[in-house]
Design a protein around this ligand. Structure first.
Ligand code: GDP
Length: 375
């Protein structure tokens, strides 16, 4: 989830296979990486640091954490590597998805804790061989992904390599599994988050859900292993949904399905639900309609004053889709707090739906009606 990753290696020990594995993951993470070769206590050890260039990372600094050597340069390299905060997005995290051509494939990621049933689900979706195709016309396929055609509509399941072949990532890297999940989420339009119906949502599920929202991807929650729950008197659908709302309050907009990846129960609804949330994720609200909405929302509940000055909202427009992103112009954008932001987002959902997609609201300054807008 970091903006910059600092890889610390032991300059005295030399390059180890673990360093190579981690460097390999980091190179594929598309995150800026700064490598700190530690324990280089003086100039006579500098030569030992140079061998770490073999890891193929573009930045290498020799440091001594114990003696404070090279730390200033390391800080500079970190600052240098930090992504520029785009004022237009209020610094909100989330990498935009490249604008694919209309009718391009919907990209789907399956994430969840180990043993939750990801492989079983992916195999079930791919299992219907008639669906699997070698590639999707007009798209460059990554070899780690799988392409499907369902009812003449193309889909790409991202990062299925470990499922179809033997997983490349060894057990010793199991704890980096979330890095892999992040990468899958970043490469998809719609994330399928699998949770265990017999246990209910966990903290780890909440973190993954948060990630999907932060990265601005559409989301469907799959409550798996529901076949095991049938005979358990302590678990029922209602209590599971209550638990979802309690543990994952930040993604109440995501629909959920009860499934069994193993028996196939409920799977026929997975793709139709993906289609439905993708439409919302890709939806554009006409400006006139949006402004009628804004006027009514502000009339019902005006933004709280700031230092005894009224905070006004003049005008809104949708600037992007995937996810739907709105620019709202105000005399005092910094005066709009989280509560009011939530109020508007909730009203937007009440009015327009947007099931399964996060929404982005960006407040921008506009001095007075009729005057030119700023940034
Ligand atoms: P992954 O680590 O998330 O890819 O999980 P797997 O797909 O390998 O599944 C882990 C175990 O759970 C396997 O033994 C599966 O057969 C089992 N499993 C997966 N889905 C279900 C389900 O819906 N019901 C039941 N009873 N078992 C399941």
């Amino acid at each position: 989830e970091a903006d910059v990753i600092v890889l610390v290696v032991d300059g005295r020990a030399g390059v180890t296979p673990a360093d190579e594995d981690i460097a390999d993951l980091l190179r594929r993470s598309s995150k800026p990486v700064v490598m700190a070769v530690n324990k280089i206590d003086g100039p006579r050890h500098e030569d030992e640091a140079a061998e770490f260039w073999s890891l193929g990372l573009s930045s290498l600094l020799s440091v001594s954490a114990a003696h404070g050597r090279g730390i200033y340069e390391l800080c500079e390299a970190i600052v240098e590597a930090l992504p520029q905060v785009d004022p237009a997005t209020d610094g909100e995290p989330g990498t935009p998805i490249e604008e694919a051509e209309p009718g391009g494939p919907i990209r789907i990621a399956v994430v969840g804790r180990p043993n939750i049933g990801k492989s079983t689900l992916i195999n079930a979706l791919l299992g219907e061989e008639r669906h699997v195709v070698d590639d999707v016309p007009g798209t460059t396929m990554d070899p780690i992904d799988s392409a499907l055609m369902i009812d003449d509509r193309p889909y790409v399941l991202v990062d299925t390599a470990g499922v179809r072949k033997k997983a490349r990532i060894g057990d010793q890297l199991e704890r980096f599994v979330s890095l892999r999940a992040i990468r899958s989420i970043e490469r998809c339009h719609v994330t399928l988050l699998m949770i265990d119906g017999t246990e209910g949502p966990t903290d780890q599920d909440a973190k993954l859900a948060q990630l999907v929202g932060d990265r601005g991807r559409a989301l469907v929650v799959l409550i798996n292993k529901w076949d095991l729950v049938r005979d358990d008197p302590d678990i029922d659908a209602r209590s599971t949904v209550d638990e979802l709302e309690r543990r994952l309050p930040h993604i109440t907009w995501a629909p959920h399905l009860f499934i069994s990846a193993k028996t196939g129960k409920g799977l026929h609804r997975v793709i139709s639900t993906v289609d439905r949330v993708y439409r919302e994720f890709d939806r554009r609200i006409p400006t006139a309609q949006l402004n009628r909405f804004l006027e009514a929302a502000v009339a019902t509940h005006t933004p709280p004053q700031r230092y005894h000055h009224p905070v006004r909202l003049y005008y809104a427009t949708q600037t992007r889709v995937r996810p739907p992103t709105f620019a709202l112009f105000s005399n005092t954008p910094e005066g709009i707090g989280p509560a009011y932001r939530r109020y508007l987002a909730n009203r937007l959902r009440e009015r327009f739906g947007f099931e399964g997609t996060p929404l982005r609201l960006q407040f921008k300054r506009r001095r007075k009606l009729g005057e030119a807008m700023e940034g």
